[in-house]
Design a protein around this ligand. Structure first.
Ligand SMILES: Nc1ncnc2c1ncn2[C@@H]1O[C@H](COP(=O)(O)OP(=O)(O)O)[C@@H](O)[C@H]1O
Ligand SMILES: O=P(O)(O)OC[C@H]1O[C@](O)(COP(=O)(O)O)[C@@H](O)[C@@H]1O
Ligand SMILES: [Mg+2]
Length: 476
């Protein structure tokens, strides 16, 4: 609302500039089939939802090209915290009045790639049920075993009956894999099998692959819509609020932390050490720490730590053991990788997708803690109980919140594809589902910002040292 001087006689604060103004909004343009295919190849149809007895579509039911979601909703009107200008906006997700596919001509393909994440099966289920029930699509195929499955495995025909209980199971019923990305073989297979809608569920690597598939399809002028559905237990994909399955994983991590706490409390000078997933981001460790409150120290990849000397981990734990008799340390798998001695070949080792293979920071830390205690307090009892729940936090079915999230994601993706959009990703931005260009998502990282309130909150809860501030020359 613009301020006026009013009756107070104060000069009017000029807020006109900061008012919502369409001219200052930059709508991120989504690729559309019509941008590279002629109208003759793209007849439009009325959305079948219009005649669906379960819906009573009113005018506001449909998304119009002016329905947007703003990327940044926190603003400082004084201008000291300006949002990036102009304000970024994305098309709101939802059904469109006109669609670019006749349900009877749709051949949809669904693929899952990369590591597991709670909720993958729910997304598959809801894509199948949504395509079938909302739009009357009958030809839906599951591509097995990740990207390589396009060109090397017979697809699986899917229908609602077959996927009915998928959401109750962890993992992916379509199977997944790393590596095997052969662009030309994949696009040839999409073309030859006659798929015209491709739903790609995967993490950051998958999204980068999906961009290449979309670009190749566009350059071959194929009438195929491609959409990405971001999946990452690490929550490392940017722009979207959070990835599906992440909350479930954090919830599962609580069990490991609780067990570590019980073990530590029940020993003399007991340390409970928990390693949690998080290749390059510490979101799981951070959120599990904040929700558990049993954690004394949380170590994440975004900030270095060191063991010895003033302000180091050993000094801190020594103090905690003296004060409380026990301590719990949570470490994200990607933390401290530079501290662990490794051979030249270990330095180069990568998985099939090209991701660096990490050494076990938990095992290394456990050994270092034992050496330290023997050195400093040789005659005192000491125990480190190391818990590595690894796959237990991601190989579970999604919780209720994540299941609902997966359903909305799947429906958003279907509506966008039916409306002819391609090369896009669906996801929540500030709680509203939006369509984001695929290439933007593929590049955007979501790392823990250690200058942010959330990390300060972790430090205030744990009271752990600020390693970043005291780190100069202390490693060893
Ligand atoms: N830059 C890339 N270009 C093309 N394909 C990629 C790229 N990075 C990863 N991929 C492929 O995406 C799939 C999943 O990648 P991966 O990194 O294992 O998991 P995630 O997608 O969960 O991050 C693999 O099949 C991999 O070959
Ligand atoms: O043993 P795998 O299957 O390679 O998975 C381990 C990795 O998977 C992750 O969950 C991340 O997987 P994505 O890259 O597929 O999201 C990491 O936390 C972990 O390093
Ligand atoms: Mg990844």
């Amino acid at each position: 609302m613009a301020a006026s001087g009013g009756s107070t006689g104060e000069p009017a604060t000029d807020l006109q500039d900061t008012e919502f103004s369409i001219s200052r909004v930059q709508l991120q343009v989504l690729p559309h089939l019509s941008s590279y295919l002629p109208d003759t190849l793209l007849p439009v149809h009325i959305n079948p939802l219009h005649h669906n007895p379960f819906f009573h579509p009113s005018h506001s039911f449909y998304i119009s090209p002016t329905d947007i979601v703003l990327r940044h909703i926190a603003h400082d009107l004084s201008g000291t915290f300006p949002p990036p200008s102009p304000r970024l906006a994305y098309l709101r997700a939802g059904p469109h009045h006109q669609v670019y596919f006749k349900p009877s001509e749709v051949r949809a393909a669904i693929v899952t790639c990369g590591g597991l994440c709670p909720g993958m099966n729910t997304v598959i289920r809801e894509l199948v049920v949504g395509l079938w029930e909302l739009y009357g699509v009958r030809e839906i195929y599951g591509v097995k075993a990740g990207f390589r499955g396009f060109y090397s495995v017979e697809p699986l025909r899917l229908d609602p009956k077959m996927v009915d209980s998928f959401h109750k199971r962890g993992g992916t019923m379509l199977e997944t894999s790393r590596g095997g990305f052969d662009l030309h073989k994949i696009v040839n297979a999409i073309h030859h099998r006659g798929y015209n809608q491709v739903y790609i569920i995967g993490g950051d690597g998958t999204m980068r692959g999906a961009v290449k598939i979309f670009e190749e399809i566009r350059s071959r002028k194929l009438r195929v819509a491609v959409t990405g559905i971001p999946k990452t237990v690490d929550n490392d994909v940017g722009i979207i609020d959070k990835s599906f399955g992440f909350q479930t994983a954090v919830e599962m991590a609580q069990q490991a932390i609780s067990a570590a706490h019980v073990e530590a409390e029940s020993a003399v000078n007991g340390i409970g050490l928990v390693k949690l997933m998080g290749r390059s981001t510490g979101h799981i460790a951070l959120n599990a720490t904040l929700s558990s409150r049993d954690v004394d120290c949380c170590l994440i990849p975004e900030t270095e730590f060191y063991l010895k000397g003033k302000g180091g981990l050993f000094e801190f734990l020594d103090q905690r053991l003296r004060e409380n008799g026990h301590a719990v340390v949570v470490v994200a798998e990607g933390a401290g990788q530079d501290l662990i001695p490794r051979t030249e070949s270990q330095r180069e080792e990568r998985d099939e997708s090209g991701n660096l293979v990490f050494l076990d920071v938990g095992g290394w830390l456990k050994a270092e803690l034992k050496k330290w205690w023997e050195r400093e307090h040789p005659n005192e009892l000491f125990t480190v109980k190391y818990i590595d729940p690894t796959y237990m936090i991601r190989a579970v079915p999604a919780n209720a919140t994540d299941n609902l999230y997966c359903t909305l994601l799947a429906h958003s993706a279907i509506h966008g594809v039916m409306a002819g959009y391609t090369g896009f990703v669906s996801g929540p931005i500030n709680g509203n589902y939006a369509y984001i260009p695929l290439d933007e998502v593929a590049e955007a990282r979501n790392e823990v910002d250690i200058r942010d309130h959330k990390w300060a909150w972790v430090r205030s809860v744990t009271n752990q040292p600020d390693f970043a501030r005291t780190s100069s020359g202390m490693n060893g």
